[in-house]
Design a protein around this ligand. Structure first.
Ligand code: ZN
Length: 339
């Protein structure tokens, strides 16, 4: 078996707040005397479920605590740099990090100032680590659709300045997806990748809505397309990539265990899948961990793992030279004798 940390990858599903190192959370909380719930301190990583509203509320509450420890510009820069370092250590060559600026607007002088800060932190982290990084601006589906339009306009202003996509996150069961069509059409006109969350906490019917109403070009999760062969065929034909986050799925109770994550069904149908970590801070597993758990759960061969890595580059918005270099390096990884 070859070392999965040495397999070059593009990481397409990672949230800004959720990418924080646990050790950094502890350090920043201690600095500002912020009380952490046990689930983020001695009992980390938390036992989560999203089976009901209460479960998701608890997940969201932990997320809010994590957000609250980021208080200075230096904290933001540190988070981005460490996320980049951790991806590089896991074989990452390209990262598309997803951020909802509205959650930080109050503390950092508004959504535009915060976006400027994140983009500057991204440029700096990229220069220091060699990791290519781009940003996806994500709206929150539990907020008003007009807020999403504002964020879509903001994202549109940053096309070619580090923002490559527009997303929609938070509890998939809340809010009306069709109400966000206006925001997505603003992003679409700007040429941004459209990557809403869909097909994790809800099934195929919601994936259809993301395709029809939002014109999704890539799906955050989308893993439950496996439940509907016709839908899966449509996704394959349309070339819509699925950002599958296996450890997140199991942590939130979408599947009972890693062997139940239907990755083989997706791959057999010819779907483009890019594995992602989602929120390492809450799920306790980073980029290479996703490949390792799927290798163990589904007895994937190194050829299959290499193909997953290739797909992550092909589904990315990385510049052509980054994609080409990644693909060449993946061949080199395969050429090495397994340990
Ligand atoms: Zn996500």
């Amino acid at each position: 078996m070859r070392d999965l940390k040495a397999l070059p990858k593009a990481h397409l599903h990672l949230h800004f707040t959720g990418s924080m190192r646990h050790s950094t959370l502890l350090e920043l909380a201690a600095r500002d005397r912020i009380h952490l719930p046990d689930a983020l301190a001695e009992d980390w990583p938390p036992q989560l479920t999203a089976a009901d509203e209460k479960g998701w509320f608890r997940f969201q509450r932990l997320y809010d605590v994590a957000r609250s420890v980021l208080r200075t510009e230096a904290d933001v820069r540190r988070l981005v740099l460490e996320a980049a370092e951790d991806d590089v250590a896991d074989g990452g060559r390209w990262l598309e990090i997803q951020v909802d600026p509205s959650g930080y607007a109050a503390r950092f002088g508004g959504i535009t100032a915060f976006t400027d800060l994140v983009l500057d932190a991204v440029r700096d982290a990229s220069a220091r680590t060699g990791l290519g990084i781009a940003v996806i601006i994500a709206a929150n589906r539990t907020r008003h659709p007009l807020d999403a339009r504002t964020l879509a306009r903001l994202a549109s202003q940053y096309v070619d300045r580090g923002v490559v996509g527009f997303g929609l996150s938070n509890d998939e069961r809340r809010g009306r997806t069709a109400d966000f069509a206006g925001a997505f059409s603003i992003a679409e006109r700007a040429g941004l990748l459209l990557a809403p969350h869909g097909g994790e906490l809800r099934g195929p019917e919601h994936i259809r809505l993301c395709l029809d109403a939002l014109h999704a070009g890539r799906l955050g999760h989308g893993v439950r397309a496996a439940e509907d062969a016709d839908l899966l065929a449509r996704i394959v034909d349309a070339g819509v990539a699925l950002e599958v986050c296996p450890v997140s799925n199991v942590a939130l109770g979408v599947y009972s265990d890693l062997t139940s994550v239907p990755l083989p069904t997706l791959l057999e149908a010819g779907a483009t899948v890019a594995l992602g970590a989602d929120d390492p801070l809450l799920f306790g597993s980073r980029l290479a961990g996703q490949y390792a758990t799927m290798r163990a759960a589904h007895e994937l061969t190194d050829d299959q793992l290499a193909e997953l890595a290739r797909m992550s580059f092909r589904a990315s918005r990385a510049p052509k030279d980054v994609v080409d270099a990644g693909l060449v390096e993946i061949e080199r990884w395969l050429d090495q004798a397994p340990a």
